[in-house]
Design a protein around this ligand. Structure first.
Ligand code: NAD
Length: 462
């Protein structure tokens, strides 16, 4: 064996050993919540005390580097385990999350310099964070939240969705391997192996868990909000897209299909209903057909689709959440080309396709007489979630009015809603959009608490 092969083999053995010790607490047979929290408390103290901003930046760069080779396998694992979404878009989602989730560099102090001295405000860690993860974006949310939370000096215990347990644990394991190789304390990032409601309750109530981050539907957000602790509540949405008579229909036709079909509409920000001014509706549909939309017109076929993708109480049938458009159409007896990405159906406002957060590539199209009617309908259909909305228009007054009145956390003009997450746009990536608690597009600062120090009569330089 040459000297370099020798060294390589030693490094391999050390890494394997590390991966054993890292994986043990995650795969252990007993999920002892108290032990997770105790380890997390110790790790956070060391991380906050001994790992300064420069070191945290370096380690987070290592995490990004080590995750890159796993993008495709994690995406594949997420699709296979959950049976939702599509490989292509999951790869995009993970790649942008790895590259564009902000790290410690984004944390900025405030300084107030005045006649009486200097005031310094800094973003301090909360301590141990419990981060509850959805099944719709499991790996990407783990990556985003882990980077943001440890960038802010916290430790994190993830509670994965049972339906996405393996891919969530595997993502955590990759991150833990890097942390261990960098000398970070054990337990800084961990994940419950048994995320039962009982264990989730224990974790959320544990006195040493200082912040709850809940990314998911109304139930988990409500649980976080009533936990008696500070919370980051990232809840459901029902984002409307309005297309008015001044819109560039080439841009709108492609943008709506790209947005509403992205990862089979699994993202909370994805366009969930299309409200279009009547005089451009037919033309818009043509452009959508050119970009992979397929319209169901036949009354019987529409009824069959309703019976297939909705439960009796009109909520979405989970078996069809995040499925391909071609799969859904096949289930109602229609064979269409593989290029079909989105199903559109003309409905009225009260139809469950418009009222419910379907999370599947079925987009109701509702005609309105003019922009005023469209805006009023968009406000109603957003249900006050203050989540996301989109407009296609070239009328500045319309764009400004809708932005102001709909009051959503994310608002996108003339592009797919996923641009607000940082994909195909210039903003940092977020996968936890804190709608219910107001932090908005979360970043490391969202998982920190503000501390203030007043230095009386000193430290000014002017
Ligand atoms: P879900 O609410 O079923 O599950 C989310 C997580 O919460 C899971 O880990 C689950 O185990 C846990 N959970 C569920 N009910 C709970 C309760 N009562 N107490 C404690 N924990 C509970 O959601 P999902 O199907 O995994 O994800 C889809 C939903 O999440 C959609 O509504 C979507 O809009 C929303 N979402 C929002 C954001 C955002 O950033 N705002 C991001 C992703 C998903």
């Amino acid at each position: 064996m040459t000297q370099s092969a020798d060294i390589q083999s030693i490094v391999q053995q050390v890494l394997l050993k590390l991966s054993d010790t890292i994986s043990e607490p995650q795969r252990g047979s007993v999920c002892d919540v108290d032990k997770y929290v105790a380890d997390s408390v110790k790790a956070q103290e060391v991380w906050h005390r001994d790992f300064g901003l420069d070191r945290r930046c370096q380690i987070i760069e290592e995490i990004r580097a080590d995750l890159r080779p796993h993008v495709e396998s994690l995406a594949r694992m997420a699709v296979e385990e959950t049976g939702m979404g599509n490989l292509r878009d999951k790869i995009i989602k993970k790649s942008v999350t790895i590259e564009k989730t902000p790290g410690p560099q984004s944390i900025k102090p405030n300084a107030i310099s005045g006649d009486r001295g200097l005031v310094l405000e800094e973003h301090a860690p909360y301590g141990v964070i419990a981060s509850i993860i959805p099944c719709t974006n499991p790996a990407a949310t783990v990556i985003h939240n882990a980077i943001c939370m440890i960038a802010g000096g916290n430790s994190v215990i993830f509670a994965p969705h049972p339906k996405a347990l393996n891919v969530s644990l595997h993502t955590v394991q990759i991150i833990c391997q890097t942390l261990a190789a960098c000398g970070a304390p054990d337990g800084l990032v961990s994940a419950l192996t048994e995320p039962s409601m009982e264990n989730l309750g224990k974790l959320m109530k544990h006195p040493q868990v200082k912040l709850i981050s809940a990314t998911g539907g109304p139930g988990v957000v409500q649980a976080a909000l009533t936990s008696g602790k500070p919370a980051v509540g990232a809840g459901p949405g029902n984002p409307p897209v309005v297309v008015d008579e001044t819109a560039n229909l080439d841009i709108a036709g492609k943008g709506v299909v790209d947005g509403a079909s992205f990862d089979n509409n699994l993202l909370c920000v994805c366009e969930k209903e299309l409200i279009v001014v009547n005089c451009v509706a037919d033309e818009l549909k043509k452009r959508m057909f050119e970009n992979g939309a397929y319209e169901l017109k036949d009354k019987k076929e529409i009824e069959l689709l309703e019976r297939t993708v909705l439960n009796e109480d009109h909520t979405p049938n989970k078996n069809f959440v995040g499925k391909d458009a071609t799969y859904i159409l096949e289930k109602i007896g229609l064979k269409v080309p593989a290029s079909v990405r989105l199903i559109i159906v003309e409905t009225t406002e009260d139809h469950p396709f418009a009222q419910e957060e379907l999370l599947m590539p079925v987009l109701p199209l509702i005609r309105v007489a003019d922009f005023d009617d469209g805006l009023a309908m968009a406000l109603r259909l957003e249900h006050g979630f203050r989540h996301s909305a989109v407009i296609y228009s070239t009328n500045i007054d319309h764009m400004s009015r809708m932005a102001h009145e709909i009051d959503t956390t994310m608002f996108v003009k003339n592009a797919p809603a996923y641009c607000s997450l940082g994909a195909d746009s210039d903003c940092p990536v977020t996968l936890t959009i804190a709608t219910a608690t107001g932090q908005g597009a979360t970043s490391p600062e969202s998982f920190c608490r503000m501390r203030r120090c007043v230095l009386s009569g000193a430290f000014r330089i002017i």
